[in-house]
Ligand binder design. Structure first.
Ligand SMILES: O=C(CO)[C@H](O)[C@H](O)COP(=O)(O)O
Ligand SMILES: [Fe+2]
Length: 231
């Protein structure tokens, strides 16, 4: 499903560790700081040992920022259950976990028919080859660089081989990376070929989020430019 234009750099802050009592203000702050999209972490206490929020919150957020791309990171069992509600709430991308899904083609079809982009996430222990039989069905592949469930964990650099493999074999695919990404880890992520960058605590905990977003963008854009010169 990925197109035939080379993927460009997009920075998507995760507001998981922000002040969720002022969710809309925190989201606006990210947009004003230069974010391209928002990465919204949904946890159900089953697929991961933590709880966050669901479609009712997304539905309240949507009218406050009508033009912002919402990437729903669905860390839930039975991801097929929430497709319609998330589409109705105004989500743009539905990123489910391959480990939580039984009928991958049916779920991808359902997401696409609901008008959202299809994202698939892989936990650190899941081999990248798992996506191969279905690769045509995804718009975005999300490589987790921490065990899903909590913000603020350490980046797993050994996941970069998955990103390199995907970039080599799928040059047009949107490849997203999530977990422990910040100024200290962005260069390896960018070099490996990721173009959708999720970053939580490194951005929301910074005194100047716009500076961090600019730094992440600079690293990814330089890597993309370098790879295009080498083509
Ligand atoms: O999906 C997630 C955790 O499961 C979060 O998106 C991720 O952890 C972002 O936070 P940080 O950059 O602090 O790791
Ligand atoms: Fe996430």
């Amino acid at each position: 499903m990925s197109g035939h234009t080379l993927p460009c750099c997009k920075i998507g802050p995760s507001i998981l560790c922000a002040d969720l009592s002022c969710l809309a203000d925190e989201c606006r702050k990210m947009i004003h700081s230069g974010a391209d999209y928002l990465h919204l972490d949904v946890m159900d206490g089953h697929f991961v040992p933590n709880l966050t929020f669901g479609h009712p919150i997304v539905k309240c957020l949507r009218p406050k920022m009508p033009d912002i791309y919402f990437d729903m990171h669905m860390m839930v069992q039975n991801p097929e259950k929430w497709v319609e509600s998330m589409a109705d709430a105004g989500a743009n991308q539905y990123t489910f976990h391959i480990e939580a899904c039984e009928d991958i083609p049916a779920l991808c079809r359902k997401i696409q028919e609901s008008g959202m982009r299809v994202g698939v996430g892989l936990k650190p222990g899941t081999p990248v080859e798992t996506i191969l039989p279905y690769s045509d069905l995804f718009d975005v592949v999300l490589i987790m660089t921490v065990e899903p469930g909590f913000g603020g964990q350490s980046f797993m650099e050994d996941m970069m081989s998955k990103v390199q493999y995907l970039r080599t074999n799928f040059p047009y695919l949107d490849i997203e990376v999530d977990g422990g990404v910040g100024p200290n880890t962005i260069d390896v992520v960018a070099e490996a070929g990721a173009n959708m960058i999720v970053s939580g605590t490194a951005i929301t905990g910074a005194s100047d989020p716009s500076q961090v977003i600019a730094l992440l963008r600079n690293s990814v854009e330089n890597a993309i430019q370098k790879s295009q010169l080498e083509r």
